[in-house]
Write a protein that binds this ligand. Structure first.
Ligand SMILES: [Zn+2]
Length: 117
């Protein structure tokens, strides 16, 4: 079972979102550690992706930071992905499309990094 197990949630569920952010960060941390253990090591920046505030500015900054992390992961893994910063998470329809795209990319990254559990 992957660390990022709760990779889907209902729009507006604050408790589930907090859990989502936590597990999601653990998986990003796992990617950083696996890359660093390669020979030669691949050094990826380790950002804190657990902080969250329900403001437009905070969400925008979080999404941009997170997208830059995913861009680097795509470069080292060869996994393709859409621009994950191009979303308004406050809109229900966009939220679900984003959750799906993000979930799919994380699953592909797990495979690329050899995470099979
Ligand atoms: Zn992510």
């Amino acid at each position: 079972m992957p660390i990022f197990f709760h990779d889907q949630l209902l729009f507006g569920d604050e408790v589930a979102w907090a859990q989502y952010l936590q597990e999601h960060f653990y998986e990003h941390d796992q990617f950083v550690n696996i890359a660093a253990a390669q020979m030669p090591p691949i050094i990826l920046p380790a950002y804190d992706l657990t902080s969250w505030r329900n403001t437009t500015d905070f969400a925008r900054n979080w999404l941009l930071t997170h997208e830059s992390v995913h861009q680097q992961l795509r470069q080292v893994s060869g996994v393709a992905g859409v621009n994950l910063a191009d979303v308004d998470l406050g809109k229900e329809s966009e939220f679900y499309i984003w959750i799906d795209a993000h979930r799919t990319e994380h699953a592909r990254l797990r495979s690329a990094f050899g995470i099979t559990t």
